[in-house]
Design a protein around this ligand. Structure first.
Ligand code: MRU
Length: 343
């Protein structure tokens, strides 16, 4: 695979520092759980499934260094530290839960066994994510088989996952199935995941793509230059409402206005049945400087009031279908999501 987002190597977690892309490919080495937590908080690694994998590896790494006498207390501290990094992507909490299950189910077998099993579980979460993305890519490619011009927002690619990607996984699978596809990449202000990361990934994969600013979406749709939209997700509520990168909601509204199908792609680990609707999903508010500054330079006058929500909620009525590794969920979502998850 061309992009190595995260890796477990010699009891260390290695991550490609996504803040440096597209200009530099620098790998950061995390030697303890605090460094992994910091990397998630600072967006060295980002994207819902990748955050989940990083959190799982953070638990395994932290646990591997915990002393036997204080193991239980340490384990709790590690999970708490990681849970406080970013609030919106449910994959982080899903991964922590999976790691906790391994711990509780095997605690009586001794600390060394638990440490080994935690490492194995983190690796499994990593590998399963790649398999899930390839699978959902195939389902998505079949659904989008007639789309030639596909729009995406943010980065839901290999960089946002253990590999292959969700929304970009669908686009990769379309290309692999022999279709000629052209991608509209929205730049994704303020963190520019589209311009910096998606453009970099698609260039590496030799997939034809054009970068546009976020306010060009309506123009393109009006001109008939978008056949379908496919985005990733950070959390899907039980009724089908979706939290994804800020700006997603506006694109979905425009897609509906122009009769363009709007698809969400993500693994079932992004579905949170405990959230009844999108209103229950916590939205991360980030540093105002991400809006007021660009590459360290101020855009707005000093003292300008800033708002920086990192995600928004796309209501379920705007979503044509949700693609997971198990297949395609069509409306009505209320019942279909529950059935999909339990099968
Ligand atoms: O703030 P980020 O970069 O972590 O946000 C990422 C997104 O919103 C992605 O679209 C989402 O996580 C899906 S990634 C497969």
């Amino acid at each position: 695979m061309a992009v190595r987002t995260i890796e477990w190597k010699h009891d260390r977690v290695i991550m490609l520092d996504q803040r440096m892309l597209p200009h530099k490919e620098i790998y950061r080495v995390c030697r303890n759980c605090q460094q992994v937590a910091q990397a998630i908080r600072d967006m060295v690694i980002r994207g819902a499934p990748a955050i989940g994998v990083a959190a799982a590896m953070g638990v395994a790494l932290g646990a591997s260094k915990a002393r036997e006498k204080r193991f239980d207390r340490e384990f709790e501290r590690i999970c708490l530290t990681l849970s406080k990094t970013r609030p919106t992507a449910v994959n982080l909490f899903w991964a922590l839960e999976r790691m906790r299950r391994v711990y509780t189910e095997n605690r009586s077998r001794g600390v060394e066994t638990v440490k080994r099993l935690l490492k194995e579980e983190a690796q499994k979460i990593y590998k399963d994510d790649i398999v899930a993305n390839k699978q959902l890519g195939k389902f998505g490619a079949s659904l989008l088989r007639n789309a030639r011009q596909v729009m995406t927002h943010c980065n839901a690619g290999a960089l946002a996952t253990a590999g292959y990607g969700t929304a970009l996984g669908v686009i990769r699978a379309l290309k692999e199935s022999g279709k000629s596809v052209e991608v509209w990449i929205n730049e994704t202000r303020p963190f520019l995941q589209g311009a910096r990361l998606t453009a970099w990934e698609l260039k590496k994969e030799k997939i034809a793509a054009t970068l546009v600013t976020d306010n060009m979406v309506g123009y393109l749709m009006q001109k008939g230059r978008v056949d379908a939209v496919v985005v990733g997700c950070d959390r899907v509520a039980a009724n089908g409402d979706v939290a994804n990168k800020i700006g997603t909601y506006g694109i979905a509204v425009l897609a509906k206005r122009h009769g363009i199908p709007f698809y969400v792609a993500g693994p079932t680990s992004s579905i949170d049945l405990d959230c009844t609707t999108g209103e229950d999903i916590p939205i991360e508010q980030r540093d105002p400087k991400e809006v007021s500054h660009i590459f360290g330079r101020a855009l707005a006058p000093k003292g300008t009031k800033i708002l920086n929500p990192a995600f928004d909620i796309t209501s379920q009525d705007l979503i044509s279908a949700i693609i997971t590794e198990k297949g395609v969920i069509h409306p009505p979502y209320q019942q279909n999501i529950r059935n999909h998850v339990s099968h």
